[in-house]
Design a protein around this ligand. Structure first.
Ligand SMILES: C[S@@+](CC[C@H](N)C(=O)[O-])C[C@H]1O[C@@H](n2cnc3c(N)ncnc32)[C@H](O)[C@@H]1O
Length: 364
């Protein structure tokens, strides 16, 4: 048995087993976060004070025995608080801080929405052994409507709370142009939340979204309809790409360049589409310039490489000769080189205090 081999460090084996099961714990508890969000359990707990499983089951219309098991797991995982017993029944509560992260869709700290895409992402793992063998990845639409909705809800808090009040005013001259009436495009616009937030704030401007995912486009059009906006249009980039007419004052790309099978031609198209004094705002995953630095300094690197295999690298290799940048592949150095090669001359990193994203203001 390996543990009896004299050269092996038994304590290290035990620590490794603990570490590995910790990973499994994270995966299983992530599934429970998904259920808590999907079933409205966190929302029902928020502001309700200490509640019993019976009370929570009643307020959510769910079965008490299942709710009790979920509550106990959540308390054991430290996500909600155990508030002791009352009349022989366990009571549980969600702190106001926990509610911001798990229950309040409009809070800047809301994180539970990102778990919405988890089952779709996990389901893709079944298809990945084939990708490892052939080298060919899977397009974004493999995650279906639910996966795209998960991506929407992962990034929406920043768009809703930071993009218009903080990020746009920090860009050189952009706010004034938007107020006066500007021409704006968002490439890889997903469910369109960024464009919709901008379109609501700047009614004199016109906004165009470009996507290749049919699920994302369907979500974007539904979101537009719900917002009642007339100054936003979404386009299928495969059949109706951005025009090469130097007409755009502002172009944005949020967390999509590293996912693209062919980012270089998209960057060249952006260069053709932007006005000579226009601005391109890039947001992409914060990453160190080398794997070794990520290993030393990026506590999220393990998760990010996992997301890459399941989603970003896969999408970036989903077409022949895909660039394959992957989640941590669009470093600042890569961004500088690729934007220069696409014909841009100015490159300014911007810090909008995002836990996951780096921002660059790029100009012709
Ligand atoms: C991680 S999602 C980000 C979506 C959105 N920008 C957001 O922040 O919510 C990346 C998106 O890029 C889209 N995409 C990938 N390649 C593209 C291309 N060549 N043109 C337009 N969109 C593309 C994908 O379909 C996907 O919706």
């Amino acid at each position: 048995m390996a543990a009896e081999t004299p050269n092996l460090d038994v304590e290290k084996i035990e620590a490794t087993v603990k570490h590995v099961f910790g990973m499994l714990g994270g995966a299983v508890i992530s599934g429970m976060i998904y259920l808590g969000d999907r079933l409205g359990l966190y929302r029902a707990l928020a502001g309700a004070g200490p509640v019993t499983s019976e009370a929570l089951a009643t307020s959510t219309g769910l079965h008490e025995r299942w709710v009790r098991e979920w509550l106990r797991g959540q308390a054991a995982a430290g996500l909600i608080d155990y508030a002791g017993q009352h009349d022989g029944q366990d009571r549980f509560s969600l702190s106001p801080e926990g509610a911001m992260v798990l229950a309040e869709e409009r809070s800047p700290a809301f994180a539970a929405g990102g778990f919405g895409g988890l089952p779709a992402q996990m389901a893709v793992i079944e298809k990945l052994p084939e990708a490892f063998k052939t080298g060919r990845g899977l397009p974004y639409d493999v995650f279906g409507a639910e996966g795209n909705r998960g991506v929407e809800r992962m990034f929406a808090p920043w768009f809703r709370t930071m993009l218009v009040p903080v990020a746009l005013p920090a860009l050189d001259g952009v706010q004034a142009k938007l107020e006066a009436g500007a021409h704006v495009a968002d490439i890889g616009c997903g469910a369109g939340v960024a464009l919709i937030e901008m379109a609501k704030a700047f009614p004199a401007s016109q906004f165009q979204g470009y996507e290749i995912s049919e699920h994302a486009l369907a979500l974007a059009n539904a979101n537009k309809q719900e917002a009642g906006l007339t100054n936003v249009t979404f386009h299928d980039a495969r059949t109706d790409p951005i025009a090469s007419d130097a007409s755009f004052d502002l172009i944005t790309t949020f967390d999509c360049l590293h996912d693209m099978a062919h980012p270089a031609p998209v960057m060249q198209a952006i260069r053709q589409a932007i006005k000579p004094d226009g601005t391109w705002l890039i947001a992409d995953i914060k990453t160190k310039s080398s794997f070794e630095e990520n290993l030393r300094e990026n506590p999220m690197a393990g998760m990010m490489y996992g997301f890459s295999v399941m989603s970003c690298l896969s999408s970036a290799l989903s077409e022949p000769d895909g660039a394959g940048l992957g989640t941590l592949g669009f470093t600042e150095d890569v961004a500088r080189v690729m934007t220069r090669e696409a014909g841009f001359t100015r490159f300014q990193p911007r810090d909008f205090d995002h836990p996951m994203n780096a921002y660059y203001e790029v100009r012709p």
